[in-house]
Design a protein around this ligand. Structure first.
Ligand code: ARG
Length: 557
């Protein structure tokens, strides 16, 4: 007679995790330990009961489960399952065996620079991380809306508009005069703002006028925004909703008057007891007011199921205040809201990231330098020979890929020391290493197929039988089938470095495989085809993974 649990099912998650060590198999279940107290049964006995009650279908996928230590259940995939999984992935270039999730609508708010200011490295991090997160969620089958919450409305615009009215009165009359580089205009206006208290007051009143829809101010503001091609859905989009947000919060008793201003005292861990200003004493609205209006609109009108905000961790308090207020107001009932924070970008010395003369580094210069250094490396490897057009294109892909990958491969919450030499190194977990490793996979496949020059992404689906005899073949196959788990994990927790680690490990497992398992010189034709299939699938997964990271691949380096 098979043992079974007492009548009530204990309300517990199955708690299946990836095994920490392949010695223990592929997956591990820790549920028995967690249930022992509730059930008053020894964990090893609980583990036995669980095993006896597993559905018989798993026998074709798993080796018989084993109980280990205090009551862990170790699960190991059968080699026969691994082979058939690889064969089927080899016919599925697009999804690489990853089944789509139940689709939901997800808004990813990222990049979000401020129009008048130079886009800085923090915005670069937001752009890189947000882009990857969006790609990944889209790959999982979600309806992803990417929103660039451009700063085009705050206090600085009162300042800019008033300044322009003085130095360029033509603009108010609709004249098509050159207003110069926005960043320079901003600097000049800021200088005045700091030095001249009368102008400071005018700037403050200026933003109130702007938010109230003053025609003259709007005319100047529009000219400022025209200068920026980036505007997607900037803060100004929410202006018509700001007044209503504040009065709704007042009606709910969440916002109160304090010294002429309107303030929300937020609850919740991080923002506890911190007042959040939603209307200044002069009537102007704030960054937080805009975010409250935005969150409300995104849930009610855009019908978002999840909203993800990608900014530096320094804005953690701001977002927990916004989230808590919105929750208390009942605006985010069935919607998950998350702040995906990231650390600072620092120079190699750990200090603020800046040019030699202490200026902020412009994005364009930063990317250009990465490309130029890659070109230089490539020239040196070719004995000083000048690069052709195609090689220059390769350098562009590698250089830009290196900047992105260096950022993504690090736990996003850490501060990140920007180092060209590290990110451009061919050794270690870097884009050049990954891209190079992938070109090796390609050349192996080309050689084996007798195709000297073909686009590996256009190789036909393989679908050949896979034979896993050698330990390295099994290790590679086992890693490949984890692609889906990895993608889903990143989709939940939003740590792109987990995907980078996966891909890095994939290329290492491939190298180990290739060193011990000759493809063309394989003992039999069946094994040759099987190994070729493993190589093709490795390529497909690498390319798909890099594509999610927003990194192009190259066929030669
Ligand atoms: N423009 C802001 C900044 O540069 C980031 C905006 C992030 N998104 C948001 N919904 N608040 O700091």
């Amino acid at each position: 007679m098979s043992k079974s649990f007492p009548d009530y099912p204990p309300p517990l998650e199955p708690r299946i995790t990836q095994a920490t060590n392949t010695k223990f198999g592929d997956y591990q279940c820790n549920a028995a330990m967690a249930m022992t107290k509730k059930l008053g049964i020894k964990p090893r006995d609980i583990a036995d009961i669980i095993i006896q009650n597993l559905p018989s279908e798993i026998n074709s996928i798993m080796e018989p489960p084993e109980v280990a230590g205090p009551g862990f259940i170790n699960l190991r995939l059968k080699t026969s399952y691994l082979s058939s999984a690889i064969t089927s992935i080899s016919t599925d270039k697009v999804r690489c065996g990853v089944s789509p999730s139940l689709p939901s609508r997800i808004i990813v708010d990222y990049s979000s620079p401020n129009i008048a200011k130079e886009m800085h490295v923090g915005h670069l991090r937001s752009t890189i991380i947000g882009h990857t997160v969006s790609n990944l969620l889209e790959f999982l089958g979600h309806d992803v809306r990417r929103l660039n919450h451009v700063g085009d409305w705050g206090t600085q615009f009162g300042m800019l508009v008033e300044h322009l009215k003085d130095v360029n009165p033509e603009v108010v009359r609709g004249g098509d005069v050159e207003i110069g580089e926005l960043v320079e205009v901003y600097k000049a206006a800021k200088r005045r703002f700091d030095e001249d208290s009368e102008f400071k007051n005018r700037a403050r009143e200026g933003v109130v006028k702007l938010q109230a829809g003053d025609e003259e101010s709007l005319k100047v503001w529009r000219r400022l925004c025209e200068k920026s091609s980036e505007e997607e859905r900037g803060e100004s989009f929410y202006n018509p909703l700001l007044g209503d947000v504040v009065s709704a919060l007042e009606d709910l008793g969440l916002a109160k008057e304090s010294e002429g201003a309107t303030v929300v005292w937020t609850s919740g861990e991080e923002g506890e007891g911190t007042p959040m200003l939603v209307r200044k004493s002069d009537g102007g609205f704030n960054y937080a007011t805009t975010d409250l209006a935005a969150i409300r609109q995104r849930v009610s009108e855009e019908e978002a199921d999840r909203i993800v905000y990608v900014t530096d961790s320094g804005q953690g308090k701001h977002f927990s205040g916004v989230f808590n207020t919105a929750r208390e107001a009942g605006w985010v009932k069935d919607c998950e809201v998350e702040h995906v924070g990231f650390g600072l970008v620092q120079g190699e010395d750990g200090k603020k990231f800046a040019t030699r003369s202490g200026e902020t580094v412009k994005l364009k210069d930063l990317l250009e330098e990465a490309v130029q250094r890659t070109e230089k490396d490539m020239r040196e490897r070719r004995g000083g020979e000048e690069l052709g057009e195609e090689e220059k294109e390769t350098a562009r892909v590698v250089g830009i890929g290196a900047v992105k990958y260096a950022d993504l491969s690090l736990n996003r919450e850490s501060n990140y020391k920007f180092s060209y030499s590290r990110m451009l190194s061919l050794q270690g977990n870097t884009a050049p290493y990954m891209l190079y490793a992938r070109t090796r996979v390609c050349s192996i496949v080309r050689k084996a197929q007798g195709l000297s020059d073909s686009d590996p992404m256009s190789w036909p689906a393989v679908g050949k039988k896979v034979v896993l005899n050698e330990a390295e073949e099994v290790a590679l196959a086992r890693h490949i089938v984890r692609f889906g788990d990895t993608i889903r994990q990143v989709g939940r927790d939003l740590y792109p470095n987990v995907l980078c680690d996966y891909l890095f490990e994939l290329s290492q497992k491939f190298s180990a495989f290739y060193e011990t398992c000759p493809v063309n010189q394989a003992e039999t034709e069946e094994i040759r085809e099987s190994r070729l299939t493993l190589a093709v699938v490795t390529n497909d997964v690498l390319v798909r993974g890099m594509d999610i990271l927003g990194i192009e691949v190259v066929d030669r380096m």
